[in-house]
Each structure stands twice: as structure tokens, then as C-alpha cells.
Design a protein around this ligand. Structure first.
Ligand SMILES: Nc1ncnc2c1ncn2[C@@H]1O[C@H](COP(=O)(O)OP(=O)(O)OP(=O)(O)O)[C@@H](O)[C@H]1O
Ligand SMILES: O=C(O)C1=C[C@@H](O)[C@@H](O)[C@H](O)C1
Length: 278
């Protein structure tokens, strides 16, 4: 596994490439804009959650080139938790669905599926992941279906990957609350959005098999709820989940001293100085 780096490690933009279908990967020219976006997020909800994470004593040790809060079904909280991790680690945050929309020049993933096709979306998603894989110090929330293309694993394995494992029942409840319009694979006419979402999510889970389990770290909401002694995943906050993710990342790093060893110490020093200065 290729990992970064050290205090001297710098974020750098990837080389400019063409997106699938001959379109230029528009996001590459917009890295500054995306960074500004991540700062705005930092000042809001994710910023507050990051403060809560720090207040609860989690010491982020992440000598990582890149964290992919990637694996996890639609609605599992990749973006929500990914933004908190980025804030705590002082990394940039990217949402690969948003980058595909920018690259293709369309307002939503749903629109891309409708006007083009899922295959077209998947091609562009792979291009975006390829471009991101050469960047450093970032957290990426990938689309929930990125796990199904083997080529994407080559890109995702350039960093450390985290699987947010949320029970399908909890996912279907969340999705039924916000509606399925923005999630084309779940969007079908139904009087009962919960049952429709649950049925489709179960089918996707079946098709995807163990693909998510290839991630380096698994964050199980059932495990966190059990640790908290109530067993109810709907009571877990994004802060609880981000703390568990940092613990799992720390464990993975500790289990791979050859890859992360000395670099981890350097990075930890730099991070504790930065956190103390806040
Ligand atoms: N721990 C949580 N408890 C309750 N709701 C949550 C939690 N985490 C996220 N949510 C809500 O669930 C919805 C989906 O979250 P989010 O967009 O972060 O998921 P995602 O995995 O990035 O989804 P997608 O892959 O479909 O874009 C949002 O409305 C978000 O506010
Ligand atoms: O699980 C999936 O296949 C998807 C997840 C979303 O993030 C989007 O990437 C798109 O709606 C497909």
C-alpha cells in the first residue's frame, strides 16, 4: 500500500486528464474551489462535530496519504462522517459523486443516469477516482457502487479505505425519510418508500457480495451501539461514528508498522501540536 508521508508531505493536484466520454475532468481545474468548499463545511456542522471528537479525547494519528471513507451503501453516512474526519485530520474532503457531476457538467447523479446511463456514470467515476488517487492528504467519500469495478480498487488502495457498515434496515429508514429522488438506483414508484428502499438495498447488497469487506478498516454501527450498551444504531451520532473510524484507522496503522511506522510518529507530533494550538 502506498501511503504518505510526513510533515513535509504536501497536497498536490493530480495531472489533468480527460474524463470518460472525452470530457475533461472539470474538477481538476477546480481543486481550489473544492478546498474552499471543504473549509466552508469545516466552519459548520462538520467543524462542530470535529470539536466534539477532539473533546472526547480521540487523538488522530493518521500518517495517511489519503483516507477513503468510501465503502458503504448509499446513505451510510460516507459524506457526513468523511467531512468530520477531514476536519479532524486537517485534510481536504472530496465527494466523488459531486466530482463526477462537475466533470460531466450535470447537476446531479440522477440526471447523469437519466440522460446518459449508469455505464457512462461508472466510466466517469473511475476517471475521477484515478485522478484523486494521485493526490495527498484528502478524505474521499466515494459513490456507494464504486466497489463493483475492480479497476477502482487499484485507485482506492492508494490510500487507506474505511467501510461504514450500516444495517440495511437503518439505511432504508434514513433513505425513506429524505426520499429516493437523488439516488437513481433506488428511485422507483412506490407507496411505501421504506419497503422499496429496503428491497432494492437488499438486492444490491446481494449483488455486491463481500466487495465492501475489501476495505482496510470496517466501522460497524452495530458494534458501536453494542459498545454503548443500547444496541440501537439510530441513536448513534456522526461524531460517535467518526470516533470509531479514527480508532479503527489507528489500529490499522499500528498493525502495519513497516508501512506506517516512523512516518506515523512524525505525523502524530505535528497533529498534536496543531490541535493544541486550536
Ligand atoms: N449517524 C447518522 N444518523 C442519522 N442520520 C445520518 C447519520 N449519518 C448520516 N445521516 C443522514 O443520512 C443521509 C445520508 O448521509 P450521507 O449523505 O452522509 O451518506 P452517503 O453515504 O454519503 O450517501 P450517498 O452515497 O448516497 O451519497 C443524510 O441525510 C444524513 O444527514
Ligand atoms: O450504490 C450505488 O451504486 C450508487 C451510490 C451513489 O453514491 C451514487 O454514486 C449512485 O447513485 C450509485
Amino acid at each position: 500500500m502506498e501511503v504518505g508521508a510526513s510533515m513535509a508531505m504536501q497536497s498536490r493536484a493530480p495531472g489533468v486528464g480527460a474524463g470518460a466520454g472525452g470530457r475533461r475532468s472539470a474538477f481538476l481545474g477546480r481543486e481550489k474551489q473544492a478546498r474552499a468548499g471543504s473549509l466552508r463545511v469545516g466552519a459548520g456542522t462538520a467543524g462542530a462535530a470535529a470539536v466534539a471528537v477532539r473533546a472526547r479525547g480521540t487523538k488522530p494519528v493518521a500518517p495517511l496519504r489519503c483516507v477513503r471513507a468510501s465503502r458503504g451503501m448509499m446513505g451510510s453516512g460516507k459524506s457526513t462522517v468523511g467531512k468530520i474526519l477531514a476536519e479532524v485530520l486537517g485534510y481536504s474532503f472530496f465527494d466523488s459523486d459531486k466530482l463526477v457531476e462537475q466533470a460531466v457538467g450535470m447537476p446531479s447523479v440522477a440526471e447523469i443516469f437519466k440522460v446518459h446511463s449508469e455505464a457512462f456514470f461508472r466510466e466517469n467515476e473511475s476517471s475521477v477516482l484515478r485522478d484523486l488517487s494521485s493526490m495527498r492528504r484528502l478524505v474521499v467519500a466515494t459513490g456507494g457502487g464504486a466497489v463493483i469495478r475492480p479497476i477502482n480498487w487499484n485507485y482506492m488502495k492508494k490510500g487507506l479505505s474505511v467501510w461504514l457498515d450500516v444495517p440495511l434496515d437503518a439505511l432504508a429508514k434514513r433513505i425513506a425519510q429524505v426520499g429516493t429522488a437523488s439516488r437513481p438506483l433506488l428511485d422507483q414508484p412506490s407507496d411505501d418508500p421504506y419497503t422499496a428502499a429496503f428491497t432494492k438495498l437488499s438486492m444490491l447488497a446481494e449483488q455486491r457480495g463481500d466487495a465492501y469487506a475489501n476495505a482496510d478498516a470496517r466501522v460497524s454501527l452495530e458494534e458501536i451501539a453494542a459498545k454503548q450498551g443500547h444496541g440501537d444504531v439510530s441513536k448513534l451520532t456522526p461524531t460517535d461514528i467518526a470516533i470509531e473510524a479514527l480508532l479503527k484507522i489507528g489500529n490499522f496503522v499500528a498493525e502495519h508498522p513497516k508501512t506506517y511506522g516512523q512516518v506515523g510518529d512524525l505525523q502524530a507530533d505535528s497533529q498534536s501540536r496543531r490541535i493544541q494550538a486550536l
